[in-house]
Design a protein around this ligand. Structure first.
Ligand SMILES: NC(=O)CC[C@H](N)C(=O)O
Length: 405
C-alpha cells in the first residue's frame, strides 16, 4: 500500500508523491539537533535509462538522494550479483572487514515505479528498498525537480511521511523539517570515505587469465565499485585491496606493479590523509585514478577541486580524448571537479567533458600517472571507455611483470 510521502528541499520546495520501499520517517522522528543524517541527503539527478541497481549500490552515492530523469524504473527487478558494493562474497577473508550495506543512496525519487512481476529469482524495487531500509517516493514531478536542481544547483532534502496523510504536511511539521535540514552538513566539506570500503586489507586469490596475467595491482579502496575489481581481473591482474586509512608505506610494502585509487563519496578536498597517501605513492609506482581517485591524485599533484553546480550523474555523458579528439559516451557520477587553472606544469588534461568542457581526466607521463573522472568500469555500461583500463596497465613497464618471452 502506498502512503503519502513528501520530498522536502532545504529551499522550501515540497514534492508530494507515494512512498515505496522503506517507510520515510515522520517529521517528529527526525530529531532536530541530533539528526542521524541517514534520512537527509543532497538531491542529485541521474540521466541513466537503466542501471538503477548499480546506481543504488554505488558507494559514491553515500549521503545523496537520487532522482532519475528517465520516468519508468524497476521493470527488471534486483539481483545481488549486480551489487557495486557490500560484501564481496568469498573475497572478504574476514567478513567483519566488509561493508555490510549494499545500498548507499539515502533515498530514491521516481516519476513512475514499475509494480509488475519480475523474473524468477529477482526481487522488486519496492521490496529491495524495503529490505535495505531506504525510503523511496514515486509519482513525483521529476521533470520539475530536475529543472529546479539544474537551475538552482544540488540541494539538501529529506523524505518524510506527513502524520496526517489526508492533509499533508502541517506548518508545524514543515518547521521541524526545515530546522532539521538547517543542521544537515551538506556535501561540501564532508568526509564520507570512512563509512565505505573495506576496513582490512585483503587479497583476491583466483586463477587469472588475460593479457596482463602476472601483474599485481593494489586497489586503494575509498569506496570502490565492485566492477573495477571485476574488469581488472578479466584482464588478468591480481588485486590486493587496501583500506582508505592505509599509508603509502603500507601499499609500497606490498611490492605491487601499480596502484589504482578508487572512486568514492564526498568532498575530495577534506581527505587530507588519503591525499598524503597518494602523494607518497606518486613517483614510486604507476598511479591510476577513477573519479574520487582522479580528484585525490590531482590534489596530491598540487591542483584543487571545486564543487560543481549539479555535477554529472548518468550513463550518457560525452567525453573527448584531447589527444585524438575522439568523443565517447561514458558513465559518470560526480559532484566535484578539478580546477584547470590549478593544474601543475607537467600534468596535462587528458579528457574533457564535451558538454561543459570540465576536466574528465589528467595524465603525467613522466610520473606514470593516468586518471579518469568518469567510470571506465561503467556498470551497466556503456562500454566505450573500457579501453582505459588497458591504457592504465600499459603504463606499467612490461618487463616489470611479464615473463620474458
Ligand atoms: N564517483 C565518485 O568517485 C565521486 C567522487 C566525488 N565524491 C564527487 O562527487 O565528485
Amino acid at each position: 500500500m502506498s502512503v503519502r510521502t513528501c520530498l522536502v528541499l532545504e529551499n522550501g520546495s515540497i514534492y508530494n508523491g507515494k512512498g515505496f520501499g522503506y517507510p520515510a520517517p515522520l517529521p517528529r522522528d527526525l530529531e532536530p539537533g541530533t539528526p542521524s543524517f541517514s534520512n537527509a541527503g543532497e538531491v542529485v539527478f541521474n540521466t541513466a535509462m537503466v542501471g538503477y541497481h548499480e546506481v543504488l549500490t554505488d558507494p559514491s552515492y553515500t549521503g545523496q538522494i537520487i532522482t532519475m530523469t528517465y520516468p519508468h524504473m524497476g521493470n527488471y527487478g534486483h539481483l545481488d550479483d549486480w551489487n557495486e558494493s557490500g560484501p564481496l562474497g568469498e573475497d572478504c577473508q574476514d567478513s567483519s572487514s566488509c561493508d555490510p550495506r549494499p545500498v548507499k543512496a539515502a533515498g530514491f525519487v521516481l516519476r513512475s515505479l514499475y509494480r509488475g512481476p519480475v523474473p524468477k529469482g529477482r526481487i522488486t524495487l519496492d521490496e529491495y528498498l524495503n529490505r535495505h531500509e531506504i525510503p523511496g517516493i514515486t509519482d513525483v514531478d521529476t521533470r520539475r525537480l530536475t529543472l529546479e536542481i539544474r537551475d538552482g544547483g544540488a540541494v539538501n532534502a529529506v523524505l518524510v511521511r506527513p502524520e496526517n496523510p489526508a492533509l499533508g504536511l502541517s506548518p508545524d511539521e514543515i518547521n521541524m523539517i526545515s530546522s532539521y535540514l538547517e543542521s544537515f552538513p551538506g556535501m561540501l566539506g564532508r568526509n564520507l570515505v570512512r563509512d565505505v570500503g573495506t576496513s582490512l586489507k585483503f587479497s583476491r586469490s583466483r586463477p587469472l587469465e588475460g593479457s596482463y596475467a602476472g601483474m599485481r595491482l593494489a586497489l586503494y579502496d575509498c569506496g570502490t565499485k565492485a566492477n573495477i575489481i571485476r574488469e581488472l581481473e578479466k584482464l588478468g591482474c591480481e588485486i590486493t585491496v587496501y583500506p582508505s586509512d592505509s599509508s603509502a608505506r603500507d601499499i609500497l610494502n606490498g611490492k605491487h606493479h601499480g596502484v589504482l585509487v578508487s572512486n568514492g563519496p564526498g568532498d575530495p578536498q577534506v581527505l587530507q590523509d588519503q591525499i598524503a597517501t597518494v602523494k607518497g605513492l606518486i613517483g614510486n609506482m604507476p598511479v591510476f585514478g577513477i573519479c574520487l581517485g582522479h580528484q585525490l591524485i590531482a590534489e596530491a599533484l598540487g591542483a584543487r577541486t571545486y564543487k560543481m553546480k549539479f555535477g554529472h550523474h548518468g550513463i550518457n555523458h560525452p567525453v573527448r580524448d584531447e589527444r585524438t579528439k575522439k568523443v565517447f559516451v561514458t558513465s559518470q557520477n560526480h559532484g566535484f571537479a578539478v580546477d584547470e587553472k590549478t593544474l601543475p606544469s607537467g600534468t596535462q588534461v587528458w579528457f574533457r567533458n564535451a558538454n561543459d568542457l570540465s576536466i574528465e581526466g589528467i595524465r603525467n607521463d613522466e610520473l606514470s600517472v593516468l586518471t579518469a573522472q568518469f567510470h571506465p568500469e561503467s556498470a551497466p555500461g556503456p562500454y566505450d571507455s573500457h579501453w582505459i583500463f588497458q591504457a592504465f596497465l600499459d603504463a606499467v613497464p612490461r618487463e616489470a611483470w611479464a615473463e620474458p618471452a
